[in-house]
Design a protein around this ligand. Structure first.
Ligand code: KIV
Ligand code: ZN
Length: 522
């Protein structure tokens, strides 16, 4: 890339955590959780929030409607196939947004057209033009995506994009749907489309990359270097298969190498870390410790020679500061004598806007924790919020843990006794298992009558020290439904039980939600 070839400019950040990100196995979120994330995305400064695929389910429709009402500055879009039913549903879902938009897509690669769509090139071209023309009668802002663009014929892409620009699309998205592209090749494709498409100079070009070869960020940067002015990405890079372009990586690359790219974004980079943790807590997808920008080790210097250099001058081994992405270190918040006011103030600083009732609930949990643990860190507070406040809206949880007792020794079979409240009734039971967590999960399954299968279980310490809280995340599956649950406690067996019960409550919510929606009809 020539350093002089790019002008000072803005790259729009299009966040699809709530749509493509949610397509990660086990990352499904309820409406309330999506609202919490959407608020944080607004604070982060993203330009566009893709809130869902309105026609795909009632839950997605409802999420788009709620996010559209909730956020003010970012544009809110819904995905839609190039079909009348999808477009109508998407239009309805975004109608209350301050800045509404619709994102229409159709596949353009021969492989997709032949085997998936069973349509000829002309049919696909007609469908794309028809869809954009139809949508344009109802909404001003339209983004058009040529799915699997990186494996499509370049001249066919030029033809399709030229026609949809004529029909009224303002943003043209170039997806590397299968994560197949290589940066030099993807950059050339973007350059070719910008230059050869009729009207290509007066629209915004966008890159949407998947990470199957670990190249999503590199391909997105190559797209920017070649004229793209929108990048589609997700927090922590979550998404289908190996995920999407990671927002934090692409934004910090543009910022850190501004000398090369000469572009800015509207992202408030200090909000990156809180957003990353929030998404991880809500989805239950852990952040790898060596993940660039937000992983626990991202700013940790281990080698003596590096430590020595950093102590003398940070620039020796640090290309950006932890503070610039919102990492301020484990700050000791308060002890057990801290008051409600100070606690509420800390919550506000951490980015949580809660009502009085929720603050009081969280404060009680904080007090309980402060009694057990000498030092309470920001991460502990975040875990309390994730567990207490992001619960299901407007209805109490069906299942509640009241008491847990486990027995484990080197010469006895591990066993657990659990007392729970189920629909207001107290129930108690006992089981043995391969280990105490297994025994505990067996009792909970017995009491709740759940047949859900445990797909994934992970435990990590939230902060350092032997009295650290353990954070457990589990993923359960019941038929087509997959949900994750989280639990945090100074005792990891308790954290495990809380995580499992949290997942079962979410599963209940899903079933209940589906039933009530079916009764009401679409
Ligand atoms: O990966 C993809 O092609 C998509 C499109 C719908 C934009 O997610
Ligand atoms: Zn995608």
């Amino acid at each position: 890339m020539s350093e002089t070839s790019m002008s000072e400019d803005i790259v729009r950040i299009f966040d699809t955590t709530l749509r493509d990100g949610e397509q990660s196995p086990g990352a499904s979120m309820n409406v309330e959780e999506k609202i919490v994330i959407a608020r944080q995305l607004e604070k982060l400064g993203v330009d566009v929030i893709e809130a869902g695929f309105a026609a795909s389910s009632e839950g997605d429709f409802e999420s788009v409607v709620r996010v559209a009402k909730e956020v003010k500055r970012p544009r809110v879009v819904s995905l839609a196939r190039a079909q009348e039913g999808d477009i109508k549903r998407a239009l309805k879902a975004v109608e209350q947004a301050r800045h509404p938009g619709i994102h229409i897509f159709i596949a353009t690669s021969d492989i997709h057209m032949k085997h998936k769509l069973r349509m000829s090139r002309n049919e696909v071209l007609d469908a794309a033009v028809w869809a954009v023309t139809y949508a344009k009668k109802h909404i001003d802002y339209i983004e058009f995506s040529a799915e699997d663009a990186s494996r499509s014929d370049w001249e066919f892409l030029v033809q399709v994009f030229s026609e949809v620009i004529r029909a009224g699309a303002q943003t043209l998205n170039i997806p590397d749907t299968t994560g197949y592209a290589i940066p030099s090749e993807f950059g050339s494709l973007v350059r070719h489309l910008v230059e050869q498409t009729d009207g290509g100079k007066r629209v915004a070009w966008s890159a949407h990359c998947h990470n199957d070869l670990g190249l999503a960020v590199a391909n997105s940067l190559a797209a920017v270097a070649n004229g793209a002015r929108q990048v589609e990405c997700t927090i922590n890079g979550i998404g289908e298969r190996a995920g999407n372009t990671s927002l934090e990586e692409v934004v910090m690359a543009l910022k850190t190498r501004k000398n090369l790219f000469r572009v800015d974004t509207h992202v408030v980079t200090e909000q990156i870390y809180p957003t990353s943790r929030l998404v991880s807590q809500i989805t239950g997808i852990p952040i790898p410790i060596n993940k660039p920008i937000v992983g626990d080790n991202a700013f940790a210097h281990e080698a003596g020679i590096h430590q020595d250099g950093v102590l003398k001058q940070k620039l020796t081994y640090e290309i950006m500061t932890p503070e610039s992405v919102g990492i301020t270190g484990n700050r000791l918040v308060m002890g057990k004598h801290s008051g409600r006011h100070a606690f509420a103030e800390r919550l506000r600083e951490l980015g949580f806007t809660l009502n009085k009732v929720d603050i009081n609930r969280a404060f009680l949990r904080f007090k309980e924790l402060a009694d057990k643990k000498k030092e309470v860190y920001d991460e502990d507070i975040e875990a309390i919020i994730a567990e207490e406040i992001l619960r299901l809206p407007g209805r109490p949880d069906r299942y509640e843990l009241l008491y847990l007792n486990v027995n484990s020794s080197s010469n006895a079979i591990p066993s657990a006794t659990v007392r729970m409240r189920v629909d207001g009734q107290e129930c108690v039971d006992h089981a043995t298992g391969d280990g105490v967590v297994d025994a505990c999960y067996k009792v909970i399954a017995k009491i709740t009558g759940s047949r859900a299968r445990l797909v994934r279980y992970s435990v990590k310490a939230i902060t350092g020290g032997a009295d650290a809280q353990g954070e457990v995340s589990c993923l359960i599956e019941d038929g087509p439904a997959r949900v994750s649950g989280q639990g945090a406690h100074t005792d990891i067996i308790m954290a495990s039980a809380l995580a499992y019960i949290n997942a079962l409550n979410k599963l209940e919510y899903r079933t209940h939600y589906r039933e009530s929606v079916e009764r009401q009809g679409p």
